[in-house]
Design a protein. Structure first.
Length: 164
């Protein structure tokens, strides 16, 4: 990656969209969280959602990207408002790790797995196709989206980077 890029951090529960070719959107510390990128290669607009939990629990919140169930449609809307076309969008996802081991088999604590299941259900319902993914395991990740090219780079703790 070039030295003169503008790294824009996408924090927990945030969604950011850019058409600036000098920008790289980055989600740090994807453990059980999911990072979902959307990219339109024709107009070179990209977006990244940093999703924390699968479904809202009924309490009010102000983060459009906090829940997978709300973040996916919100990312699609933000991309459309920025000038991209849904049929051209390419989607890539990373994260969903099981960061901790719990005794007792409490499935509600398996947030990474639940996030992945929610993403699969929602993208299927919306007719979306994920083009590439790096999911599961037990290591945290950092996900970067280069707006100029649509290239996604995923760094996994204790491992090398992969690009897709």
């Amino acid at each position: 990656m070039e030295d003169n890029v503008n790294l824009v951090s996408v924090g927990l529960g945030e969604i950011k969209v850019s058409d600036d070719p000098g920008t790289v959107l980055v989600a740090y510390g994807l453990g059980s969280c999911l990072g979902l990128t959307a990219y339109d290669p024709v107009v070179r607009i990209g977006g990244l959602a940093h999703m924390v939990l699968p479904y809202p629990n009924g309490t009010a919140h102000s983060s459009p990207g906090r829940y997978v169930a709300e973040a996916v449609p919100a990312l699609l809307n933000a991309m459309g408002e920025s000038g991209s076309l849904g049929r051209r969008l390419q989607f890539k996802v990373a994260g969903g790790a099981q960061m901790f081991t719990f005794d007792g088999g409490n499935e509600s604590l398996e947030i990474g797995r639940r996030n992945i299941e929610a993403l699969r259900e929602i993208t299927s319902d919306l007719g979306m196709r994920i083009n590439a993914s790096d999911l599961g395991g037990n290591c945290g990740r950092t996900m970067k989206l280069q707006i100029a090219t649509g290239l996604v780079i995923v760094s996994t703790a204790g491992s090398s980077e992969q690009s897709f």
